[in-house]
Design a protein around this ligand. Structure first.
Ligand code: SAM
Length: 245
């Protein structure tokens, strides 16, 4: 696990995403109050936390369980001068420590998979005020019948990955209104995530050239990037934007 974090340390993002997609999703929230209270679940190093603070006049609570990510985010918050509006907290998404109906908006990019899409949508709902919004990105099959190689890779990595249609059914079953959904562009995988990660992998390969276990882990990370390059039209991150009834 430590070596995983050495590979991922100090990347701009810890998963696919980009500021324009964050803004595009945020623009869909037409009835948000002027100063919304926002919970950012699984913030990681917080690229979207800072975007949310820039595009809203709200107060943001960013939670994650990996302290080095939180420390890095806290440094960025202080540097941005937005420390009165952004609160960085060590909390698990599985046991969020807030009273019911605390938030106008729950935002989570690339993290709900840790609980499962449906489990997260159900567990976090009581924290929303009536009419509150939830905006989530989730790894999703974009087309049926993917080739065996990509299917096997993700059956291993994320066996409960669903199609868009299945996720829309879950949203309906969890009793949210669907506001909108869209697929993140390929550049949101590459620019701030896979490209810096690939550079890190090359550097670590040099550093650990005589350590087979580490080289094997680097190969595994690289395989994910190779699978994406070959098969990205079959799967992607989808932004799902919902509102409580
Ligand atoms: C794929 S990363 C996405 C991070 C961030 N949203 C981004 O886009 O850069 C998933 C994040 O979930 C965090 N995480 C893992 N388990 C968690 C838990 N139980 N509660 C809260 N966050 C968790 C990880 O530390 C990591 O920062």
């Amino acid at each position: 696990m430590d070596f995983f974090f050495e590979i991922h340390k100090d990347l701009p993002r810890e998963g696919p995403g980009d500021s324009e997609s964050t803004r595009r999703a945020f623009r869909k929230l037409s009835a948000l109050p002027e100063e919304p209270v926002i919970l950012n679940v699984g913030s990681g190093p917080g690229a979207q936390t800072l975007d949310l603070a820039e595009i809203s006049d709200g107060v943001i609570y960013a939670v994650d369980t990996h302290q080095p990510f939180l420390d890095r985010l806290q440094e960025k918050v202080i540097a941005s001068g937005m420390d009165k509006r952004i609160h960085v907290l060590h909390q698990s998404m599985k046991e969020l420590q807030f009273p019911p109906a605390s938030f106008d908006l729950i935002w989570s990019e690339g993290a709900i998979y840790i609980m499962g899409f449906e489990a997260g949508l159900r567990a976090w709902k009581p924290l929303l005020k009536p009419g509150g919004y939830i905006a989530i990105t989730e790894l999703t099959w974009l087309k049926p019948d993917p080739p065996a190689e990509v299917k096997e890779f993700w059956n291993e990595g994320y066996p409960s990955m669903k199609s868009m249609e299945e996720n829309l059914e879950i949203i309906h079953a969890c009793d949210y209104y669907l506001i909108d959904y869209f697929v993140l562009p390929n550049s949101s995988w590459t620019d701030d995530y896979y490209q810096p990660m690939q550079a890190r992998i090359s550097m670590l390969r040099e550093q650990y050239q005589s350590e087979p276990d580490r080289l094997q882990q680097l190969d595994f990370e690289l395989e994910e990037i190779n699978i994406f390059n070959k098969y990205h039209e079959w799967y992607g991150y989808v932004f799902y934007i919902m509102q409580t009834k």
